[in-house]
Design a protein around this ligand. Sequence first.
Ligand SMILES: [Fe+2]
Length: 257
Amino acid sequence: MRQLSEEKILANWNRLMKLIEDTFDEERKDNLLEMYKYFEDRMSVAPASGKAAYHNAMVGGYVDHVLHVTDCALKIKKLWEEDGAKINFTDEELIFAAMHHDLGKVGDLTEDYYIPQDSEWHRKNRGEIFTHNGDLSYMTVTDRAIFLLGQFQIPMSENEYIGLRLTDGLYEEANKSYYMSYNPDWALKSNIAYVLHQADMMATKIEYDEWKRSEEQEDVKVQGRVDNIKKAVTMKETSEQLNKKSKDLFDELFGDK
Ligand SMILES: [Fe+2]
């Protein structure tokens, strides 16, 4: 199973803190740093999903995913811009929305959103590494993100709100009225949501591929071990057979028969 090393988890956390230092300023930066300090112990080890076959269902997977989406968003924005798209949002807005689109996955102020799955059956048959914490009130991940930012008096621009709110694209039923309006006045006024959705999808699919690759490598390793054991057993049989053959030959030559 794909895991992040302690060094990688720490490096990711430091990168996230540097990103805040470099991107934001004044009171918003102070409040963001306060929120991240508050959640540091839980957020730095939180997974990005619960099931192995989803994406980044591992310790430290959340921060890793958020950084990945941020990197992808900046690259995709450049691609859109070079191809003629209107970019009426700032990098700060794009980074803010990318960084917080999954914030609700950290949980509420006291409880984690994902807790380790204790049931061996669910781990083995359903690939559930983590499960949802039943003690939390129901909220969508996006609603909880907005709620948590409000708890730390972290304001957001309209572009940031729309971007963060719509990062899941049409995978989230509630986003339909934003993306599919037949009234031209209600069409999205900025491409930030499309860029973020593409970035989230790209990062998620790549994280899945990385998991799949690690599983395949693990399978190859296991198969290698099985082959070695088989070979050792076969060799043992061969040497036993050889011993028997030489004993038969000895008996045949010098036996009493
Ligand atoms: Fe995401």
